[in-house]
Design a protein. Structure first.
Length: 410
């Protein structure tokens, strides 16, 4: 059977796997999951597996997706084939077949657990999953193996009735994608502020200018500050260029560096970062970069919602106001919006939630940039919580491959 794009199902950039003995089928979607989980695990699988193993990426439906995931993932050159969302839905519904090697396994890496389990049933292969919360506890019967992203998750899964023998504590693959934290930048008279405005076009188009307004006010207080914007590879070129032109036009005196390449290296040189909630907060935590998370309540109309509610909230004339009310209520019930704080159960990094004038946020950032002791305390807290050894990606890849190899050849 041919790939949806018409290419041979087992041909990729680099070596060709002619007749694979086993196959690792990764299922998931969304910028955070693809960059933080899929990429490092796929790389580890390529290293661990021999020429007789194929890798397939199945992009599942996700309200957090940008629409450019298939293009980006194919560009990585890690997969023998990439199945896009529309084709994945047809396969799950039984309208299309997906040929695969005799000894295969589906590895769930984010998104709807039902979809990954459905895919595994259609293919008649076992499924395993990476879990960073206990959501899978109610559906664990559909998964032969569960990789726990932290010891706390592993313990909680057992407490909620998941058999111990199913759980493999591995850690979080994001640590392998990011690499080890660098030493803190030396104290300078020209501090560097990194801005992370998100990876979705609609969010970026609103939040990048919002943060540039703040940066402009900050530069008025600290003229030597350097500003760099971290650009996600999942953004469309048109949106990026439009925002860049607007920034040059409206804030001509603001010197901005647009980082489109190695984000980790740029972040390691940062004295401080400012971002919105999302998986990028965990990437900053693994790098031990001091940062603050901003939720201006005016942003809520653009934020995606987990679960089926997101699709209802996209109905014209209904969604925007209802989403705003729903998310404001959720914020009031949520202890932390930054994932590192939520995992630690305490405020490792500042969270600024409310309605802010640009001058107010600029003042807060200036105070943090001027207070090296406070920034080093944030860094120390992040290192203590997220500075453990890596290796999760390799452990997950090797365990999943062993599960595939244990299956009787078709």
């Amino acid at each position: 059977m041919l790939r949806p794009d018409g290419q041979s199902p087992l041909r990729r950039r680099g070596p060709t796997v002619a007749t694979p003995v086993s196959e690792l089928i990764l299922a998931g979607n969304g910028p955070g999951e693809l960059r933080g989980w899929v990429m490092p695990i796929a790389r580890a699988a390529r290293t661990a597996a021999g020429d007789g193993t194929a890798l397939t990426m199945v992009l599942t439906p996700s309200q957090f997706a940008t629409g450019r995931e298939a293009q980006v993932v194919r560009g990585w050159g890690l997969f023998d084939r990439v199945v896009d969302v529309s084709e994945a839905v047809r396969i799950a519904l039984g309208l299309r077949r997906l040929t695969h090697a005799g000894q295969s396994v589906v590895l769930h890496l984010g998104g709807d657990l039902w979809f990954s389990r459905r895919l595994a049933r259609r293919l008649r292969v076992p499924a395993c999953a990476l879990a960073e919360t206990t959501l899978i506890a109610r559906r664990h019967r559909g998964f032969a193996r569960i990789f726990a992203a932290s010891p706390a998750v592993a313990t909680a899964l057992v407490e909620q009735g998941v058999p111990t023998e199913k759980i493999v504590p591995t850690g979080d693959p994001r640590a392998d994608m990011i690499g080890r934290a660098a030493p803190p930048p030396a104290a300078e008279t020209a501090p560097t502020l990194s801005v992370l405005p998100g990876s979705r076009d609609r969010l970026f188009a609103f939040i990048a200018p919002y943060f540039m307004t703040v940066a402009d006010r900050l530069a008025a207080q600290m003229p030597a500050v350097k500003v760099q914007v971290i650009v996600s590879e999942f953004l469309s070129g048109d949106v990026l260029s439009t925002v860049q032109r607007r920034v040059a036009r409206e804030w001509p005196r603001l010197a901005v560096t647009w980082v489109t390449g190695d984000a980790a290296s740029a972040l390691r040189s940062s004295d401080l970062a400012v971002t919105i909630p999302g998986t990028n907060t965990l990437e900053l935590a693994y790098l031990a970069v001091p940062f603050a998370v901003v939720v201006d309540l005016e942003m809520l109309r653009l934020a995606p919602v987990e679960g089926a509610a997101e699709w209802l909230l996209r109905v014209p004339g209904l969604g925007a106001s209802l989403k705003h009310v729903m998310l404001e209520r959720r914020l009031r019930r949520t202890s932390f919006v930054a994932l590192p704080n939520a995992r630690a159960g305490r405020p490792l990094v500042p969270e600024w939630i409310g309605r802010f004038a640009p001058e107010d946020l600029a003042k807060r950032l200036a105070e943090l940039l001027a207070d090296r002791g406070r920034r080093m305390a944030i860094r120390t807290g992040l290192l203590a919580t997220f500075g453990g050894p890596g290796g999760a990606a390799r452990a997950i890849a090797e365990s999943a491959l062993r599960l595939a190899a244990a299956q009787a050849p078709a």
